[in-house]
Ligand binder design. Structure first.
Ligand SMILES: [Zn+2]
Ligand SMILES: [Zn+2]
Length: 389
């Protein structure tokens, strides 16, 4: 089959690879009909996630048609249409029983590698390094889906792919970002990152009753998009100090909730940015936590910080004094997607939200390398690329 493979820093290539096989009696094989490029794929593309190997098949946002099932799969049959969540969960461990699917204790066969960096291992993730399981991803014609009765959601009506594909990651991720921020009706919420995940976070924050959402980014076309969603844009490249600006916009108190939808490759036009770049380049820190620092420093006393931007390892100059002395709460997670599939699908069906609003580009699988390039370099006003194998 054809698949998009990681070939080293800044290089992906669509190549012929072996077809996936049923390896376990609970597996299914899915013929991919739509798959997307995610902001977190760019961390792999830019070479910041360790334990990638040349030839790894990328992609963790995909959906399609079941073509084969293992002998012990009960609920899926060939011909079923499914969306597949990006974290792989077993359905039976303590974490899965508590709906914490992205920290499933059984789905990462390389848990020992993750334990070295993180202490304990999270779940396996499709197409996201060997430390997270080495599972071939879904930017391919076919994908193997483990624990097939636990993970995918069947789409039984005629909703088109583009309305349901983002249940695989970015819609639930935006939702949990807002949920972890503990938003109450009337709250002011600040969201760093106005990309696709930030856009779903903003939509979710409004659905949860936020009165105002302030969106921080540096690309005018993305700020324009979120302004149309009702958010107040804040362009940090206009030489402003973001925590100062947020104080001014909130009567001196700061936002009630601050959400980091950027993660490890934050940009900024200050000396601190050069400091983080240098430390990251020499592997003295794995992540550039500029947004995290700003979110903590900006948040009102007693407020909540929610982290959904992806971090890989260690950060430097973490404002611990601000966090502790000002009674802040901080929460983070890779989204427990399986928990949100049904309720968010119901919202799509009811017309509360049409997730296809994020799509800026449709491409064939063979065009994937161009998709990565324009998404990373923010060319052609690229917001979200959907690939059709
Ligand atoms: Zn994603
Ligand atoms: Zn589990």
């Amino acid at each position: 089959m054809r698949a998009n493979c990681w070939m080293g820093r800044g290089k992906v290539q669509v190549r012929d690879v072996p077809d996936p096989q049923i390896l376990n009696s609970h597996d299914a094989i899915v013929r991919v009909t739509s798959t997307a490029i995610c902001g977190s794929d760019l961390h792999l593309y830019d070479g910041f996630i360790p334990t990638m190997e040349k030839g790894d098949v990328l992609g963790h946002e995909f959906m399609g048609e079941v073509v084969e099932v293992g002998p012990e799969v009960r609920d899926l049959r060939p011909g079923d249409r499914v969306v597949v969540p990006f974290p792989i969960a077993c359905g039976n461990c303590w974490a899965c029983e508590n709906e914490l699917f992205s920290i499933c204790e059984n789905s990462n066969p390389n848990a020992g590698m993750a334990e070295k960096l993180m202490g304990h291992s999270p779940a396996g993730i499709y197409g996201y390094s060997h430390m997270l399981g080495g599972f071939p991803g879904g930017q391919a014609e076919y994908a193997r889906v483990p624990f097939a009765d636990v993970n995918p959601i069947k789409i039984e009506d005629d909703l088109p792919d583009e309305k349901v594909l983002f249940l695989s990651d970015i819609f639930p991720t935006g939702w949990i970002g807002a949920e972890m921020a503990d938003i109450k009706p009337g709250d002011v919420v600040a969201v760093w990152g106005a990309g696709p995940v930030g856009q779903f976070t903003i939509a979710s924050a409004f659905l949860m009753g936020a009165e105002r959402v302030i969106a921080i980014d540096r690309f005018p076309y993305r700020l324009h998009r979120v302004e149309e969603m009702g958010a107040e844009p804040l362009d940090y490249e206009e030489g402003i100090d973001v925590p100062d600006a947020l104080r001014d916009m909130t009567g001196g108190r700061g936002p009630d909730s601050c959400i980091d939808a950027v993660g490890m490759e934050a940009h900024h036009a200050t000396p601190m940015y050069a400091y983080d770049r240098a430390k990251q380049a020499t592997r003295l820190e794995t992540d550039r936590p500029f947004v995290l620092r700003e979110a903590i420093m900006s948040c009102r006393n007693g407020g909540t910080i929610s982290v959904i931007g992806v971090y890989g390892g260690l950060v430097d100059k973490f404002p611990m004094g601000s966090f502790m002395n000002r009674s802040l709460t901080m929460r983070g997670a890779q989204c427990h997607v399986q928990k949100y599939l049904r309720p968010l699908l119901d919202r799509i069906r009811r017309g509360d939200i049409d997730p296809s609003f994020v799509i800026s580009h449709h491409m064939s699988l063979d065009d994937t390398p161009r998709g990565y390039r324009i998404f990373r370099d923010k060319q052609e006003q690229c917001n979200k690329v959907v690939l059709h194998p």
